[in-house]
Design a protein around this ligand. Structure first.
Ligand code: ZN
Length: 248
């Protein structure tokens, strides 16, 4: 483990254009459940599977039930950034990391201080009226009951990419650009099994592809370094080493 942290730390130190690609595992360390995982929400007491509830069709046909689930399970405003979020914000602040690309919708990277965050699946913090497009922050969802409505009477929808919906094209093309230009790509908290995550990683052309995940990923054979451990612990250790060296 320590040897791998050293290698990772050296890789980071020699890089100037790092991109980070993160999945649900980054947020689970802040106590936010991964609704796709077996240990996630599957065993809990809803009539439908999370993938059904979090689909566009379900949102349209069962808006009230969607919001019951959404308020209960998808909004975790008490969650705090963990060591992974903090380490990444620090790397961006130092000018080494150019973009955090995330599949999470919780806004924890921004909470930790990251500025350039590409949210592939949107954010619970942004909501808009489906009729007049007026923007609302999370309070309108949090502080309303039933179906949240705009002052114009329209239904408010979270700016979150539901199943059956496509990803934002601008965010996708920015993601490809940052990954293609990166001299180092750190992928964490995702098994890369699900489209389109895997497709994005293929755009990386460098020789510093690092996978930090507790289980195997679909890209293990391509990786230059694999660390099977907590993403928070690994990133904190690898970036913390700089400070130790500076002090010497
Ligand atoms: Zn409206």
């Amino acid at each position: 483990m320590n040897k791998k942290i050293e290698v990772l730390s050296d890789m980071i130190q020699s890089s100037t254009n790092i991109a980070f690609f993160g999945g649900a595992g980054v947020s689970t360390e802040s106590g936010i459940p991964d609704f796709r995982s077996v240990d996630g929400l599957y065993n809990q007491s809803y009539k439908y599977q999370p993938e059904v509830i979090l689909s566009r069709t379900f949102f349209q046909d069962n808006t009230q039930e969607f919001y019951d689930f959404y308020r209960d399970k998808m909004i975790a405003l008490d969650a705090k950034p963990n060591q992974a979020h903090i380490a990444l914000a620090k790397l961006e602040n130092e000018g080494k990391l150019k973009a955090v690309i995330t599949q999470n919708i919780d806004g924890l990277h921004q909470k930790a201080g990251s500025k350039n965050v590409l949210e592939l699946h949107g954010s619970v913090h942004r909501n808009y009226c489906m009729s007049c497009q007026k923007f609302y922050d999370i309070d309108i969802i949090q502080n309303s009951e039933g179906i949240p409505k705009c002052e114009c009477g329209g239904v408010i929808k979270p700016d979150v990419v539901l199943y059956e919906e496509s990803l934002d094209e601008q965010i996708m093309s920015d993601t490809v650009k940052y990954i293609a230009e990166a001299d180092m790509l750190i992928v964490g908290g995702t098994s890369l099994a699900v489209y389109p995550a895997a497709g994005f990683i293929n755009f990386y052309r460098g020789d510093k592809l690092v996978l930090i995940n507790k289980s195997e990923t679909a890209f293990d054979v391509k990786a230059n370094l694999i660390v099977r451990d907590s993403i928070g612990l690994v990133l904190a250790s690898a970036t913390g080493r700089f400070e130790d060296e500076d002090d010497e």
